[in-house]
Design a protein around this ligand. Sequence first.
Ligand SMILES: Cc1cc2nc3c(=O)[nH]c(=O)nc-3n(C[C@H](O)[C@H](O)[C@H](O)COP(=O)(O)OP(=O)(O)OC[C@H]3O[C@@H](n4cnc5c(N)ncnc54)[C@H](O)[C@@H]3O)c2cc1C
Length: 666
Amino acid sequence: MEDNKMNAQPIDSKIPEGPIAEKWTNYKAHQKLVNPANKRKLDIIVVGTGLAGASAAATLGEMGFNVLNFCIQDSPRRAHSIAAQGGINAAKNYQNDGDSVYRLFYDTVKGGDYRAREANVYRLAEVSNNIIDQCVAQGVPFAREYGGLLANRSFGGAQVSRTFYAKGQTGQQLLLGAYSSLNRMIHAGKVKSYNRYEMHDVVIIDGRARGIIAKNLVTGKLERFAAHAVVIATGGYGNTYFLSTNAMGCNCSAAMACYRHGAYFANPAYVQIHPTCIPVHGDKQSKLTLMSESLRNDGRIWVPKNIEDAKKLQAGQIKGSDIPEEERDYYLERRYPAFGNLVPRDVASRAAKERCDKGYGVNNTGKAVFLDFSEAINRLGIDVIRQRYGNLFDMYEEITDVNPGELANEINGVKYYNPMMIYPAIHYTMGGIWVDYELQTSIKGLFAIGECNFSDHGANRLGASALMQGLADGYFVLPYTIQNYLSDQITVPHFSTDSKEFDEAEKRVQKNLDDLMAIHGKRSVDSIHKELGNVMWEYVGMARTKESLETALQKLKELRKEFETNLFIPGTQEGMNIELDKAFRLRDFITMGELIAYDALNRHESCGGHFREEHQTEEGEAKRDDENFFYVACWKYNGTDETAPTLIKEPLHYEAIKVQTRNYKS
Ligand SMILES: Cc1cc2nc3c(=O)[nH]c(=O)nc-3n(C[C@H](O)[C@H](O)[C@H](O)COP(=O)(O)OP(=O)(O)OC[C@H]3O[C@@H](n4cnc5c(N)ncnc54)[C@H](O)[C@@H]3O)c2cc1C
């Protein structure tokens, strides 16, 4: 690997010249567009139907392009985006509480620990308001105030209320909006929808992305699709850790296919660990459940002040509601008075870990803290609290059999309700396929949008900003920027899939599947995936060290060998074979795991979700090294999965924001 000295590489991020607030305006004014009559001559593949993919496919279809849209689920509506609970940010300032485009921009850059590309974030903040208008026009039922105005709540890392929401099911409602636009375009013949198709490879012709090889997950057959450009919108790689809040089908295989063809993979070490998830409760679990960050608007996080109380809780001798107010340590409010329970996720997660590591955990494993609504229920009444979080309370009760809205105790006239138990878990990935300002990868004609690109969140994403970014990319950014590329393609006729490049790509994919089926070992896909998750959580998780990362790389090498020699896949390649599909994804998760470890090992600093124990302040806060690490780490594939990748650095340039140490205390 290269040394850590700043060495600017010739990497063209295509950031327009001029003041930050004018870049996007100038870009739109000067870019090349495609004449409406020529749009129907151009085919675009969009892989993914989450909020990023569905919004892009619908918009590109609406504009007149021919779109082929793929997803692995049986309906676009089942993309993982449907799970998003808490809300979507925008700088509307409906509350008149001092919000602005600049403030959203600033909070996002600061929240990302000054590791995001400044120009992209400004654009994101600018288009955030259009997203809300677009979704309201589609009929998305955002929560409203009594007087009819759209309601807002607060999310971490912000001191204003800018999060628009639909109960605890914002992703579902936004996706239904995008899906209805998509259906309109399917009906109009502008979008062809391919459900239960999994992209296995991207086809490159003369250095440009010109198509994909996809497996029909029902018949098991490989099929070829050609287009003038390919857009990847396949979500994040959180499931590398096996246990995460992501949907079970989330995977990184399409991103890894692009990476193997030379698309840079940026900042893989930036993985987000969300503080408010239902704690792991056994080794048979395959899924973790998020309790939305929105709960931190009214829920207060605490552990006992007294270690003896913690021990009794761990032994099941007392309950949280037995501990009175004065014996509770609201440690976020104590440590971060200015932001309290609404500090960003990385800060809240580390603080929970710190308390549990010191022995103050509140469940039988000692790995949980309380999220308590007693104060809010006493102040506002249970009806108001249920209106805000009813479905989240129900979800919590269904999983744990504890109702957080139920009165549990009364001490000295104060009513105490059942607190939730929560603990940090893998949730979101800030890293992803490297893209320039136009959202184009380092391969011409190959674009990446939504969670699968690295774009706007730096080292830590603020709550409610993923939906904002996915929809900004899909509705408002890509539909402009892709035209700059396509305007040069109007004389290129529709492609045939009968070419040597498609032949070779299909043969490669077929060989991979044959190799997997030929292993005939003894271990199930899930057992190896679980082992991968354990290695990742243990050695590349919330706290990392040089030693732990080197151990991880060694263990991952052994795990790859185990996978290649001892994997068992029942059945055949004919028809549907879910184990084979999972094995295909697991191979890529192992490569992804190594990539995360390489990046984390290289980054000798702590920033956002990447915490190196060697680099912390006396108070245990993340300590950045701006002199040596003020860059996007782009990793380039070196020919085989076993070979270490090469690091290429994109230096960051900040012109509007002063880079400083994050402060959520005052
Ligand atoms: C529980 C939970 C709650 C969340 N709540 C919020 C929230 O309140 N606010 C917020 O801003 N963010 C939230 N997030 C994050 C946010 O939901 C995601 O970042 C976002 O939905 C990702 O959207 P996407 O379109 O990029 O990808 P996804 O929604 O993951 O969609 C990926 C698409 O790609 C397809 N796909 C994948 N691989 C292939 C392949 N090889 N071939 C073909 N198709 C493929 C899938 O079928 C799917 O259609 C939450 C995340 C979780 C886990």
